[in-house]
Design a protein around this ligand. Structure first.
Ligand code: ZN
Length: 542
């Protein structure tokens, strides 16, 4: 039994005559329990017809809103007995149904219909009819299965053509007049949306086809179903003449007639103006909506770790100059390729705690990095499998090595970036001196603590960074004499210190610098990052 009330009768009557489908009638009766929508539409229609044609079957005869006066006025409005229901023309026998929808009762049941002509709902354009049922659920589930995703729950999202809002508004105005006359109130917000009715009907069916996966309101896996109806796209166009402000072209949108814009315009337009421009109820469509290919999307998965770079000719990211690629590979590509294929992701975003120049190695425990994997199809990866993935990356190249590879969440990722400037980094530089040096000439450097530098933006990065003077601190240094013109300089510095510039002075743009300290020209021949002191991601025991 449908949870209908006596007051719903005129609405049901009017909408069936107007050419609405059974589920749309339930929507306009504000039925918010899901079960009635899940019945086959023929069943719902039979129940609706039985309900309106039987004056004694009111389920809420005790309810205050079902007054005698109302019943009388319904009879007066042309509700007849079940021997001769005026809405019989809306009866949906498979393959045969009503056609034109003039708002006149007592039209012969098959008026204007050819045999076998199917009736497409004027409100939902078929979305809640043939496009909503077991056969469609099977097709959607097949599409999901063929994409081969791993997921435990899913959310079903529905995208509808914007003109459905116009048709909905038209149907609403159509019944509103009637219910006002009856002294009843129908709030447009209480009308169940097509989207909701579709989900209530389909979710369970799709879930069953997918082996009982839970369909929930929020999930990291989304199955998107989109309907289009090009034949009626023009339904929206009159709105642009009345409300040009609502339809401003935007860069990313193909059409100005977005659902949002249409809803906004409909809120602005006075009823009388709408009714002059658009038929109430809407004209019968010639065809149903068509469903676009199912679009599946899995929320990003985040993977973090630390990397070493052992090569002095490997950029961190692909190096392009005027669109031409320099260097055949990069750190991020070497790391990403095996991870992408393992998670079967569509793409990635790579970030790290700072970065090294192409000719700088990163040694020690490595540099923390994190990757966002876009639309991963595989998401269940055990610790053992992560370990194997790490081994695969390390076996694929001798230029890099990763450790502590693990799945993290989006929030944890931000820990890598926060307070980055306050962290310390340790380096080893191979320094050349113009002047001949002895071991004793450089040992005084070992005693320098917390040396504050003023660093003007280096010449080599000036093309991509704003000119500024930044203060950075070298916490301590140590020296290892090599020969009369070379020594190794170890430095522990605040993150973001430009080491090369400290050594060669960058034409006086970094002060103090090593040239000044040693009173000779000095240059940097090699640089290694020895440690990046960020305590993330957590170490994974071998
Ligand atoms: Zn409908």
């Amino acid at each position: 039994m449908l949870p209908l009330k006596e007051k719903d009768k005129p609405i049901i009557q009017k909408l069936l005559l107007a050419g609405c489908c059974a589920r749309c009638v339930l929507r306009f009766c504000c039925i918010s329990v899901h079960a009635p929508y899940r019945q086959p539409q023929e069943e719902i229609l039979k129940e609706l017809q039985a309900f309106i044609s039987d004056p004694t079957n009111s389920q809420d005869s005790a309810a205050p809103e079902s007054t005698c006066a109302e019943t009388e006025s319904l009879t007066a409005a042309g509700l007849e007995t079940h021997e001769d229901p005026p809405c019989k023309r809306a009866k949906l026998e498979p393959g045969a149904a009503p056609g034109q929808s003039e708002d006149k009762a007592a039209v012969p049941p098959t008026a204007g219909l050819k045999d076998g002509e199917s009736h497409v709902c004027v409100a939902c354009l078929g979305v809640l009819q043939e496009l909503c049922g077991s056969a469609q659920a099977v097709k959607i589930a097949e599409a999901v299965k063929s994409d081969n995703y791993e997921f435990d729950t899913m959310v079903l999202s529905v995208s509808l053509p914007a003109q459905l809002c116009v048709r909905e508004h038209s149907c609403w105005l159509h019944v509103k007049k009637e219910v006002r006359e009856k002294g009843m109130v129908l709030d447009k917000d209480d009308v169940v949306q097509v989207k909701e009715a579709f989900k209530w009907t389909m979710q369970g069916l799709v879930a069953k086809e997918l082996g009982g996966v839970a369909v929930v309101a929020k999930s990291s896996f989304e199955v998107g179903v989109e309907f289009i109806h090009p034949d009626t796209d023009r339904d929206c166009h009159f709105l642009a003449f009345i409300c040009p402000d609502c339809f401003k072209p935007t860069k990313n949108k193909q059409s100005v007639f977005t659902r949002m814009a249409v809803v906004k315009a409909l809120e602005k337009i006075p009823d009388s103006l709408f009714q002059r421009q658009y038929s109430c109820p809407p004209a019968a469509p010639g065809s149903s909506c068509s469903r676009q290919a199912v679009q599946c999307l899995h929320a990003s998965v985040f993977v973090a770790g630390r990397y070493n770079k052992f090569c002095r000719s490997l950029p961190q990211t692909p190096w392009l100059i005027d669109g031409e690629r320099r260097m055949e590979s990069s750190v991020e590509e070497l790391i990403a390729a095996p991870i992408l294929s393992s998670f079967r992701a569509d793409g990635f975003n790579f970030s790290s705690s700072g970065r090294e120049d192409v000719d700088v190695r990163t040694l020690g425990n490595g540099r923390p990095f994190a990757m966002e994997l876009l639309n991963p199809h595989r998401t269940r990866i055990s610790r053992v499998q992560m370990k194997q993935l790490q081994e695969a990356i390390n076996a694929s190249s001798d230029k890099i090595k990763v450790r502590d590879l693990q799945v993290v969440n989006r929030e944890a990722m931000s820990r890598m970036k926060e307070g980055e400037e306050e962290k310390t980094k340790s380096y080893t530089a191979l320094v050349w001196t113009q002047k001949t040096i002895k071991k004793e000439d450089i040992t005084f450097i070992d005693d320098i603590k917390d040396l504050t530098l003023d660093q003007k933006t280096p010449l080599r990065v000036l093309h991509r960074r704003a000119l500024a003077v930044r203060q950075r601190v070298i916490h301590n240094m140590n020296t290892r004499f090599l020969d009369s013109h070379h020594f190794y300089l170890g430095l522990k510095t605040q993150a973001g210190t430009y080491i090369k510039e400290f050594v060669h002075g960058d034409f006086g743009r970094t002060t103090p610098n090593l040239c000044q300290l040693l009173s000779t020209d000095t240059d940097i021949l090699e640089l290694d990052v020895e440690s990046v002191d960020v305590d993330w991601p957590p170490a994974i025991p071998e």
